[in-house]
Design a protein around this ligand. Structure first.
Ligand code: NAG
Ligand code: NAG
Ligand code: NAG
Ligand code: NAG
Ligand code: NAG
Ligand code: NAG
Ligand code: NAG
Ligand code: NAG
Ligand code: NAG
Ligand code: NAG
Ligand code: NAG
Length: 865
C-alpha cells in the first residue's frame, strides 16, 4: 500500500471531529495575523448578527464607515427564509449610493459582499438590476437575480487599497433599485499575494499587485468544507467533488493535520492545515497510460485572465523522492516533473505555486490536471491538496465586463446637445474626498444617541437641506483634519452670489443644460452684462466634489492663458459649489472627431487645435512658479470656442509638479484609461511627461478619429496607442487615419505629425519630448502642410533644427514665463498680433526656405509664450 485509500467519508468526518479542537487551538496559536482594518457590516440590521463565529455590526452603528445616499434608502428585514443570518436584513437604494470605509493600513483587503433578495412589498428585488464599483474597479456590472439561478450571491474580492479610504458604490440600473445585505472589508497580510506568477505556457507575469482579484473557486481538495471559522483569514474552502471531470479518477486521502510542517514563508494564512492535510490522489495509479490524470473543470469567463494558486503537500509518500508528477493547466504543462520532497527535503511540507492563465482555447472552461510523469514508472501517482482560482481585473479595471468604473458611474455625460460643453468631463474616479471628510470633522457633528429606530444618520449642514446624509467617523484620524481652508480667505476671482447664478441660468433651466459630469451639471448662462458663461454646479452628493472644487479654483485662479479655459468666478454661498467659466461654444474636441455627427475638421484645423492645446499644456508645465501637471489630458478636456480655438479644461485632478530637487511626484494613479502613461501607472511617479504621453494619445485620436480605447474592436486594435504605434513604426499611419482626411494631407506633414506622436508615446518618460518640443514639431507640421509641396527635396522630416530649439527656446522660455502669470491677456494678444504679423510677411514662401520663416517664428514664440 503506497498510500491511505479512502476509508469512507463517515469515518474521515468522525476523525476530523476528534481532531477539530486540537487543530483549532494549534491554528489559533499560529494565526498571528490580526487585521488592522476589520469591518463586518450587517446592512440595514438593527442588531448585531453572528455568522460563522464573527459578529456583523449594523451598518448604522459602525464607526469609521459612512454611507452617502440621496436619502431614499430603505431597510428591509426578515427572520424567516434567509440562507444564513447575515442575509436577514438589507438596505435598498433607488439612487447611486456608497459606503466609505476608513482604511488605516493600505494594501490588500478582502471585500466581501452578501446579496439576497428578501421579499419586499415595495420593490421586486429579484428583478432589480445593479452595478457595484469601487474607486476605479468594477466589481459587478448589471447583475440581476432574475437572470441567474442563484438564490443568493456571495462575492469575495481582494483589492489593493492605496488611499486612506475605500468607497464601494451601489448603482441601480434600468430604473430599478440596488441593495446589499452584508459587507466585509478586512485587511489581508501583504505576503499573501505576490506581484509575480508564471503565465501559462511558460512566461513570467508581473504586475499582479495593482490588480483587483475576485475569488472564483477555492477548493479544499479531498477534504471537507471549511468555513470562516476554520480559516484565520475568514475564507471559505469548498469541497472539490462537483468539479471533478471523472469522479473515479480521484481518491481522497488525509492525515492528521498536526503532521503538516509549515516551512518558512508558508503559514496558516497561506492555507490552513486542514487544506494541506487532505488531498486527492490518482484513483487507479496502476496504469501505464500517460494521459491518465485527475482533472478538475471550472467554468470561467474567457475574456479574463485568472490567477491560479495550487497547494501541494506530500502526505502520501513513505520516502523521499518517490512521488514525481506533472501539473497541467488546460492542455499545457505547468510543472513538468514536480518532486515535492526534493523542494524542502522533507515530506508533509506545504508548497504552493501561482500561475496565470486564461480559459482553454477561448472556451468558457478552464481545467487543472495532475498526472503521472513518465520518468517515474513504478509510482504513477499525483496529488493536489488545494486550489484557488481568482479572476484578475482587466485593462480597464473591471472584473465584470469591458466598462471602466468611470463609464459606469452615473456621471457619463449625455451627449444629446450639439453644443456641448463638458467642463466636468468624465474626469476623475469617485475618489474619496479627504477634504470633504476633513470639513465634516470641522463641523463637529456628533452621532445621534437616539434609538436605532429613529434616523441613525445625521444630515450635514455643509450641504444645507440637500438629501445627503452621512455619519461622521468618530475614530478617524485623517491627516489634514485641521486644513479646512475657507475659500473666501484666498483671492480667487469674482465671487458670485447665488442670486446672480440663479438669474444667469434662469433658475438652472434644464433646457440650458450643456452636460453632466462627475462633478455635477454644467449649464449655459448669461451674465447681466450679456457675457455668455458656462456654470458648473457641483453636485453635493458627488464625492469628487469638494477636493476637486478647491483644486480647480486654486489652479485656475493662478493661471491665465489663451489656451486654458478661464475661470470667471465661483459661488460657495449656501454650501453650493458653483464654478463660472468662459463659454466654449463648440464644446469638446472629441465630438468633432467622432460620435456626434459633426462635420469633420480639416487637417489644418486639427493641427491648429493640437497646437493650441499643446500651448496650453506647455504653459501649465512651465508657466507658473511651480510646474503643473494636468493628469487628465484627453479629447473631452480640450474645448473649442466659437472660432475653434482650443483650450484645455478640467483641472480637478491637476497636481503641482515636482519641486526643483525632485524628479517626480509620487501619487495614486488617477486619470483616464486609454490615456494613462504606462510608466506612471507602473511606478506611480508623476512627471510632466505623463501629460506628454496622454497628449500623444490625443494626437493619434485626432488623426484616426476613434476613441482612445474601443473595447469592441479586435484585441490588437482596442488601444489606440498600441495600434497606431504599430502602423507608425511601419511608416504606414495613413492606413488607419480618418477616412475624411485621406488624400487631403500633405504626406510630409503627416510624417512629421506621426513622428511627433510616436515620440510622445515613448515607453520611458525620459525618451519623450517636452511639451515645448511637441509644440515646436506640431508647428512645423503645420508649416509643412501650408508651405511644402509634395516631394520637396528640401524637405526632410528628420530635419527639425533641434539645435536651435534646445539651445534657444528653452532658456528664453523660463525667463519669459515669470512675467506671464501677472497679466497674460496682453501677452496672448501680443502673441497673436506678432505671429500674424510674421505670417503676413511669410505667406506662402513656397517651400523654398521653410527654415527662414521658422527661425523668425521661433523668436516670436520665445518672446511671447
Ligand atoms: C455588537 O458588536 C460590537 C462589536 O463586537 C460590540 O462592541 C457591541 O457592543 C455589540 N452590540 C450589541 C448590541 O451587542
Ligand atoms: C442556470 O440556468 C441556465 C438557464 O438560464 C441553465 O442553462 C443552467 O444550466 C442553470 N445552471 C444551474 C447550475 O442550474
Ligand atoms: C446595463 O443595463 C442597462 C439596462 O438594461 C443598459 O442600458 C446598459 O447598457 C447596461 N450596461 C452595461 C454596461 O452593460
Ligand atoms: C428593465 O426593467 C423593466 C421593468 O422595470 C423590465 O421589464 C425589463 O425587462 C428590464 N430590462 C432588463 C434588461 O433587465
Ligand atoms: C499595492 O499597490 C502598491 C502600488 O500601488 C504596491 O506598492 C504594493 O506593494 C501593493 N500591495 C500589495 C499587498 O500588493
Ligand atoms: C470548522 O470550525 C467549526 C467551528 O469551530 C467546527 O465545528 C468544524 O468542525 C470545523 N471544521 C472542520 C473541518 O474542522
Ligand atoms: C461525483 O462525486 C460527488 C461527490 O463527491 C457527487 O456529488 C457527484 O454526483 C458525483 N458525480 C458523478 C458523475 O458520479
Ligand atoms: C498493477 O497491475 C498489474 C498488472 O496489470 C498487477 O499485476 C498488479 O497487481 C497491479 N498492482 C496493484 C497495486 O493493483
Ligand atoms: C487528462 O485525462 C483526460 C482524460 O481523462 C485527457 O482527455 C486529457 O488529455 C488528459 N490531460 C492531459 C494534460 O494529459
Ligand atoms: C490567452 O489565450 C490566448 C488564446 O486563446 C493565448 O494566445 C494567450 O497566450 C493566453 N494568455 C495567457 C496569459 O495565457
Ligand atoms: C534626411 O536626413 C537624414 C539625416 O539627416 C538622411 O539620412 C536622409 O537621407 C535625408 N532624407 C532625404 C530624403 O533627404
Amino acid at each position: 500500500m503506497r498510500k491511505m485509500k479512502e476509508t469512507g467519508w463517515i469515518s474521515l468526518a468522525a476523525r476530523m471531529w476528534l481532531l477539530c479542537w486540537v487543530v483549532a487551538e494549534f491554528d489559533a496559536a499560529a494565526a498571528l495575523f490580526l487585521p488592522v482594518d476589520n469591518y463586518l457590516l450587517a446592512c440595514g440590521s438593527s442588531q448585531n448578527v453572528s455568522y460563522h463565529g464573527q459578529v456583523f455590526v449594523p451598518d448604522s452603528q459602525r464607526s469609521s464607515v459612512s454611507l452617502k445616499t440621496s436619502g431614499d434608502d430603505v431597510i428591509s428585514t426578515s427572520n424567516g427564509n434567509a440562507p444564513s443570518p447575515v442575509y436577514q436584513s438589507l438596505r435598498i437604494f433607488s439612487k447611486p449610493a456608497f459606503y466609505e470605509f476608513d482604511i488605516q493600513q493600505p494594501g490588500r483587503h478582502w471585500l466581501r459582499l452578501y446579496f439576497y433578495p428578501l421579499s419586499n412589498s415595495e420593490h421586486d428585488l429579484t428583478s432589480a438590476q445593479f452595478t457595484v464599483v469601487t474607486d476605479g474597479m468594477v466589481l459587478i456590472n448589471n447583475f440581476t437575480f432574475s437572470n441567474s439561478n442563484r438564490s443568493y450571491l456571495f462575492k469575495e474580492y481582494s483589492l489593493n487599497v492605496t488611499s486612506d479610504s475605500l468607497a464601494v458604490a451601489f448603482i441601480p440600473s434600468n430604473n430599478s433599485v440596488s441593495f446589499v445585505n452584508g459587507i466585509e472589508v478586512v485587511s489581508v497580510p501583504d505576503e499573501l499575494i505576490y506581484d509575480q506568477a508564471l503565465a501559462i505556457p511558460n512566461a513570467p507575469f508581473s504586475g499582479i499587485s495593482v490588480l483587483g482579484l475576485e475569488t472564483m473557486y477555492r477548493l479544499n481538495i479531498g477534504g471537507p468544507l471549511l468555513t470562516p471559522q476554520n480559516d484565520s483569514l475568514g475564507r471559505i474552502w469548498e469541497t472539490d467533488g462537483r468539479y471533478l471531470h471523472v469522479n473515479s479518477s480521484a481518491v481522497k486521502v488525509f492525515v492528521d493535520p498536526s503532521t503538516v510542517k509549515y516551512p518558512e514563508g508558508v503559514t496558516v494564512e497561506t492555507a490552513p492545515r486542514l487544506v494541506y492535510s487532505t488531498a486527492d490522489t490518482m484513483g487507479d495509479p496502476n496504469v501505464t497510460d500517460l494521459s491518465f490524470n485527475i482533472t478538475w473543470v471550472f467554468s470561467v469567463d474567457p475574456s479574463f485572465l485568472y490567477l491560479l494558486r495550487l497547494h501541494f503537500c506530500d502526505i502520501v509518500s513513505k520516502a523521499l523522492n518517490t512521488l514525481l508528477f506533472n501539473v497541467y493547466i488546460n492542455s499545457d504543462i505547468a510543472i513538468d516533473g514536480l518532486d515535492l520532497s526534493s523542494l524542502k527535503g522533507d515530506l508533509s511540507v506545504p508548497y504552493y505555486k501561482d500561475f496565470v492563465s486564461n480559459s482553454s482555447n477561448g472556451s468558457s472552461t478552464l481545467t487543472v490536471s495532475v498526472g503521472p510523469n513518465s520518468l517515474n514508472e513504478d509510482n504513477n501517482n499525483a496529488i493536489l491538496n488545494g486550489l484557488e482560482i481568482m479572476k484578475m481585473s482587466n485593462q480597464v479595471g473591471s472584473l465584470d465586463g469591458l466598462h471602466s468604473a468611470k463609464d459606469l458611474l452615473p456621471q457619463t455625460p449625455s451627449s444629446s446637445s450639439r453644443i456641448w460643453v463638458i467642463l466636468g468631463g468624465v474626469s476623475g474616479a469617485v475618489v474619496a474626498a479627504t477634504l470633504a471628510a476633513a470639513c465634516y470633522c470641522c463641523l463637529v457633528v456628533r452621532r445621534s444617541k437616539t434609538s436605532p429606530h429613529s434616523h441613525p444618520w445625521l444630515p450635514l449642514p455643509l450641504y444645507g437641506n440637500s438629501h445627503t446624509i452621512s455619519k461622521v467617523s468618530t475614530t478617524s484620524q485623517r491627516s489634514g483634519t485641521a486644513s479646512c481652508i475657507s475659500l473666501a480667505s484666498t483671492n480667487l476671482g469674482r465671487v458670485f452670489t447665488f442670486q446672480e447664478i440663479i438669474l444667469a441660468t434662469n433658475k438652472f433651466d434644464e433646457s440650458l443644460l450643456l452636460g453632466v459630469g462627475g462633478f455635477g451639471k454644467v449649464y449655459k448662462g448669461t451674465l447681466e452684462d450679456g457675457t455668455k458663461v458656462a456654470v458648473k454646479r457641483g453636485n453635493p452628493r458627488s464625492e469628487q466634489g469638494l477636493t476637486e472644487f478647491q483644486t480647480e479654483i486654486e489652479m485656475l485662479s493662478k493661471l491665465r492663458h489663451r489656451h486654458l479655459v478661464s475661470l470667471i468666478g465661483y459661488c460657495d454661498e449656501r454650501s453650493e459649489m458653483i464654478l463660472v467659466y468662459e463659454y466654449m461654444a463648440n464644446g469638446p474636441l472629441r465630438s468633432h472627431l467622432y460620435g456626434a455627427n459633426l462635420p469633420p475638421l480639416s487637417w489644418k484645423q486639427r493641427l491648429e487645435i493640437c497646437i493650441g492645446a499643446a500651448k496650453g499644456l506647455h504653459y501649465l508645465h512651465t508657466g507658473a512658479a511651480q510646474s503643473i501637471i494636468h493628469r487628465d489630458v484627453k479629447t473631452t478636456n480640450i474645448l473649442l470656442d466659437d472660432s475653434f480655438i482650443a483650450k484645455v479644461a478640467d483641472f480637478g485632478l491637476s497636481k503641482t509638479g515636482p519641486a526643483l530637487d525632485q524628479t517626480h511626484v509620487s501619487t495614486a494613479v488617477k486619470g483616464s484609461f486609454g490615456y494613462l502613461d504606462p510608466e506612471y501607472f507602473r511606478r506611480q511617479q508623476l512627471t510632466e511627461k505623463s501629460d506628454v504621453y496622454s497628449f500623444g494619445v490625443v494626437l493619434m485620436e485626432v488623426l484616426c478619429a476613434r476613441p482612445a480605447l474601443n473595447p469592441v474592436l479586435p484585441r490588437e486594435q482596442v488601444n489606440i496607442a498600441e495600434w497606431a504605434m504599430s502602423w507608425q513604426k511601419k511608416g504606414m499611419l495613413e492606413q488607419i487615419m480618418d477616412p475624411a482626411l485621406v488624400g487631403k494631407i500633405n504626406p510630409v506633414s503627416l510624417r512629421k505629425y506621426g513622428e511627433t506622436a510616436e515620440k510622445c508615446l515613448a515607453e520611458q518618460g525620459v525618451d519623450r519630448p517636452s511639451m515645448g518640443d511637441v509644440l515646436w514639431n506640431l508647428e512645423y507640421a503645420l508649416q509643412l502642410e501650408e508651405t511644402s509641396t509634395l516631394g520637396d527635396p528640401d524637405e526632410n522630416s528628420t530635419n527639425n533644427i533641434p539645435g536651435i530649439q534646445l539651445a534657444q527656446l528653452e532658456p528664453f522660455d523660463n525667463s519669459v514665463t515669470m512675467v506671464e502669470g501677472v497679466n497674460s491677456g496682453t501677452f496672448d494678444d501680443a502673441e497673436d498680433a506678432a505671429t500674424s504679423a510674421v505670417f503676413s510677411q511669410l505667406v506662402n514662401p513656397r517651400g523654398r526656405n521653410v527654415i527662414v520663416p521658422y527661425l523668425v517664428r521661433v523668436y516670436v514664440i520665445i518672446g511671447v509664450i
